[in-house]
Design a protein around this ligand. Structure first.
Ligand code: BDR
Ligand code: CA
Length: 354
């Protein structure tokens, strides 16, 4: 099983908490395309689609990529206090745009996603690299069960929030925070609590929309990816009939193109152009190489009560609250470097599946 330490295995243990989701799927592909990574577990969180569908997407994606040893765990059905909202308008009816995955035979673990977090952290103390690209419901539940978790995890990279930047769910709130703001609040509080104040090396790294919206996947970059997989394909075009399916022979490139087409159409309808923001794959890349992004430490909090501002994330850059920093906020990234790395990893992964 992927969750158990194998003596002599030098690869980096990585745990991913996802609400798959088009861009979560691409984040998982990024990790699966990294030879230096050992994905030791996937927590499925309700968010973009309901949790049973997130589980299905994770299991089927692993199956499609020929991966049989990564445990997938089911998370809570709903946020800590809020009603669950899902985003089929953004990610498609099953969460993967127009793509459909052949059903895999893999089964879920007999423990839940919060327990999976705890087990992974205890199995790899001080080594585990964790990424969370959905609502933080299961991570909050894991922290309630194991308050030492922040000391067991080497690095936590979170995609969520929007810092000095508009939201994508309400005018001020980003999706992952908006779905479960209380979970966000708890995770920040627990992390700071476990370290007892400012520990710059151990602060969660937070990538908000202000950063991730620089990561624009375009039809040209998708064509580069197909070429890296040794696969011919017809470039996506905004004048194509909606829902046109990929002609790629490669099964993974086909899934990516069918998923991305839906995502690009959504972004186009939002007035953002025929492109798509790869929020979550950036988190995967940064988890393995934080140098990809410039960070600034700040005290961060999330609005829980505002009638218009619930889910808004606020960074106190100038120390007006008088609090120690509790997060590192991503403020600058070079998208070209990210996309080079994405293609270098996901291209060969797809090629192996041809
Ligand atoms: C985040 O919201 C989700 O829809 C995406 O998967 C990403 O994690 C961006 O706001
Ligand atoms: Ca996500």
């Amino acid at each position: 099983m992927g969750g158990v330490t194998t003596p002599g295995d030098e690869r980096i243990p990585v745990f991913a908490d996802v609400d798959t989701g088009v861009d979560d799927a691409l984040a998982l592909m990024y990790l699966l395309g990294c030879p230096e990574v050992r994905l030791v577990g996937i927590a499925s969180t309700a968010g973009n689609v309901p949790v049973h569908q997130v589980c299905r997407n994770n299991l089927d994606l692993l199956h499609m990529c020929g991966v049989t040893d990564v445990p997938v765990s089911k998370g809570a059905e709903r946020p800590l206090r809020a009603q669950l909202r899902t985003a089929e308008d953004t990610h498609g009816p099953q969460g993967l745009g127009y793509a459909t995955l052949p059903p895999g035979a893999g089964e879920l673990t007999d423990h839940d996603a919060a327990e999976a977090w705890v087990r992974a952290a205890r199995a790899h103390p001080g080594e585990l690299i964790a990424i969370a690209t959905g609502p933080l419901t299961n991570l909050a539940l894991a922290l309630r069960a194991e308050p030492e978790l922040p000391r067991l995890v080497k690095r936590l990279v979170i995609m969520g929030g929007a810092f000095d930047y508009r939201g994508n769910t309400t005018p001020v709130a980003e999706w992952n925070v908006s779905v479960d703001p209380e979970a966000w609040w708890e995770v920040l509080a627990f992390w700071r609590g476990a370290w007892g104040g400012s520990e710059p090396d151990h602060l969660p790294m937070v990538l908000g929309l202000n950063l991730t919206e620089h990561i624009e996947m375009t039809p040209t970059i998708l064509s580069r990816l197909a070429a890296a997989a040794g696969c011919e394909s017809t470039p996506l075009c905004e004048s194509d009939e909606r829902g046109t399916r990929s002609t790629a022979a490669n099964p993974l490139i086909r899934v990516i193109e069918d998923a991305m087409r839906f995502y690009c159409e959504f972004h186009f309808d939002q007035g953002e152009g025929y492109l798509a923001h790869l929020h979550d794959p950036l988190a995967a890349a940064v988890a393995l190489d934080p140098e990809l992004v410039r960070f600034r430490a700040a005290a961060v909090d999330v609005e829980l009560t505002g009638t218009l501002t619930r889910g808004m994330t606020i960074a106190d850059w100038s120390g007006r609250w008088g609090r120690e920093p509790n997060a590192l906020i991503g403020v600058e990234v070079d998208p070209a470097t990210f996309f080079d790395r994405f293609i270098e990893r996901v291209g060969p992964l797809a090629k192996r599946l041809a």
